[in-house]
Design a protein around this ligand. Structure first.
Ligand SMILES: *Cc1c(COP(=O)(O)O)cnc(C)c1O
Length: 413
């Protein structure tokens, strides 16, 4: 569900023609629909309301302060994977006791920062990390609240780069190692065990892997309780897929239903870490066609956004719908939509059947709200695009377009 719709032949975000926004802000630009974000937050929170829960928005999916603040305003916390993300979450108004911190490579400085700010929980991913956290916390005369991230060895049937719950992945500890680490952690003066964590991957479109993961985690929680360790928070991660093309992912309600009995049995609070499902379909990347170009075997539309702005097609071969901002009559042809970057991997669509656009036409790359701007870079010394939030009939630039001066900040000759 989203609020990007055609009225007559023109694409609107909520009550504003996208063309109007572009007149002010230019291209390329990310446009987010506040109404869509609010709707997703309500649906998600509604799904979990029957149980003691905390939803921590995975801010790596979209870390714009306005987006984080919107979710914080809906009672959500933040799932962070770096010190920088803790900083963003706090700036956006997320209370520290609603922040959970995952990641396989936390530094000592990040641990100390998180401890000083009093976050809810460290999701620890290795034995060595646990030792370091224990020592950092003891040096500060604190106890670090910890969940161990368990890798349940489950195939989430998603792209290999975003599959995280397999034994061969770098994340978490397998069931047996996790059990041993819990026993070890129990004796550590700088550690307080408060939870158990798992996260098996992203863009998961079947309920099966989620169920299997929860079953395994539940079994381990029971085994650990038997050793006199209480697990207050069961953190089941994120990963719910969205529809980019024709996927039919489970709804938040279907996912939550599978958790009610578990939450009742164990008496834990259920923490989840939704990212993509909240923001993916709430944003688009709008770009302008610069040139048309034909070779003997291909037709190209060259646009002013590139893989530095949205890397998902290049990195994951992912599919994004591409809609004209103003529909026009014309021949439907197969074409590649490509960017200006000096890489053949710089494309948004390949052999896509679409009405042939003309130079200067605007195209909306759909479902770009998750892992879009956050994965953007300055590659080819391209200033990063602006971000705009639409609210009904109004819009606001929530991140200004970078300038050439921004590109060289901090550099010296
Ligand atoms: C990326 C990530 C998430 C969010 O994943 P989505 O697929 O966007 O829901 C949640 N938890 C952790 C630990 C992550 O790394």
């Amino acid at each position: 569900m989203h609020h990007f719709q055609y009225h007559d032949e023109e694409l609107y975000c909520e009550d504003i023609p996208v063309r109007k926004i572009i007149q002010d802000v230019g291209t390329p630009v990310y446009i987010y629909s506040r109404r869509t974000l609010e709707h997703h937050a309500r649906v998600y929170e509604g799904a979990f309301e029957q149980m003691d829960h905390l939803s921590c928005f995975a801010i790596k999916a979209n870390s714009n302060l306005s987006v984080i603040r919107l979710f914080a305003g809906n009672g959500m916390g933040a799932d962070v994977v770096s010190g920088g993300e803790i900083f963003r979450a706090l700036k956006a108004g997320v209370p520290p006791d609603r922040i959970v911190f995952a990641g396989v490579g936390k530094t000592k400085a990040e641990m100390a920062y998180a401890l000083r700010r009093g976050i809810l929980m460290f999701n620890c991913e290795s034995s060595a990390e646990l030792d370091l956290l224990d020592s950092v916390a003891r040096d500060m005369n604190k106890k670090a609240p910890v969940a161990i991230r368990v890798n349940p060895d489950i195939d989430a049937s998603t792209h290999p780069y975003i599959s995280t719950g397999l034994e061969k992945n770098k994340f978490g500890l397998n069931m047996e190692s996790a059990f041993q680490e819990y026993l070890r952690a129990k004796e550590m003066k700088g550690i307080e065990i408060t939870g158990m964590h798992t996260h098996i991957g992203s863009q998961i479109t079947e309920i099966g892997p989620f169920r299997d993961a929860v079953d395994r985690i539940k079994g381990l929680i029971e085994r650990i309780s038997g050793k006199g360790l209480a697990i207050r928070n069961m953190d089941i991660g994120g990963g719910l897929g969205i529809r980019y093309r024709d996927e039919t992912p489970p709804t938040p309600a279907e996912w939550a239903q599978t958790l009610i009995p578990v939450s009742n049995d164990l008496g834990c609070r259920i923490i989840s870490e939704p990212g993509r499902v909240l923001v993916g379909n709430a944003g688009v990347l709008v770009t302008r066609v610069l040139y048309l170009k034909n070779t003997s075997v291909k037709r190209f539309a060259i646009v002013d956004a590139g893989m530095n702005d949205l890397i998902r097609p290049s990195l994951y071969q992912s599919y994004h719908d591409i809609w004209p901002v103003c529909r026009r009559e014309g021949e439907v042809i197969n074409m590649d939509i490509v960017g200006p970057i000096c890489e053949s991997g710089d494309f948004f669509a390949r052999d896509r059947a679409m009405t042939m656009p003309m130079p200067n036409d605007l195209l909306a790359v759909m479902s770009a709200g998750a892992y879009g701007f956050t994965m953007s870079s300055n590659y080819n010394s391209r200033p990063r695009s602006a971000e705009v939030m639409v609210d009904g009939g109004e819009f606001m630039v929530v991140r200004g377009r970078e300038t050439y001066e921004d590109l060289i900040r901090g550099e010296t000759v």
